[in-house]
Design a protein. Sequence first.
Length: 245
Amino acid sequence: MSKGRLGECRLCQKEKELCLSHIIPEFMYFPTYDERHRAVMIPKGKSKYEQKGIREYLLCDVCDGTIIGKRETYCSPIVKSIQDLRIARNGDQYSVSNVDYANFKLFQLSLLWRASISSAQMFINMSLEKHHEEIIRKMLLSQDPGKPNQYGCVMFVLDNVSQLHKIIWSPVKDTIDGFTCYRFLTGRIFWYFFLSEAYPKDVEDFFITPEGTLRLIKAPWSEETVTKRLAGNVAEKYNSAKDGG
């Protein structure tokens, strides 16, 4: 791990030497890399290539490599199986069984938390209120995954893609049925995070269960629909930035 900067670790809050920590784990970029090991990311309204996932001096070695890192190690093959669609399907749903609840839920929480505390431009539209950041920080530090509906995540999967699996989209704050959520797009997977106990009731069945069942929804949108929406957002952000000087 890269070192070289002293500061307060954002997780344990101790003054330590910090390492360059990934915000979105490196393994989640793998499906997006081309033959030159480049991924397309859209952080400011215009697409750009990155040869390594965005990193920032946020965590000490212990927090990055042990508390966060061991969750990534466990979840990497599960997420890869989803990206490759090597998971069970029943109609408009997918499922993964025998998932360790604590490991996967804490991984989801770490993804949400890191994106929120990051100062990178890629995550400028992804900001939880401070008390939510603090609650999640304490959950991660104590390795307490909480209940399924505490910052629950619903995952959608695009099953027929030719290009979108190569894109990581800047996370954004959104609303569904009047409830606040935070949306990530990594490859073919959409991740929708909801605040604790504040979500449409019909999504509750898609939070990972303590018994280890992860149910995913086949995305009802076509790749063309998603691409047009992303392209529209890019154009809007680009024009806004240009008009603002």
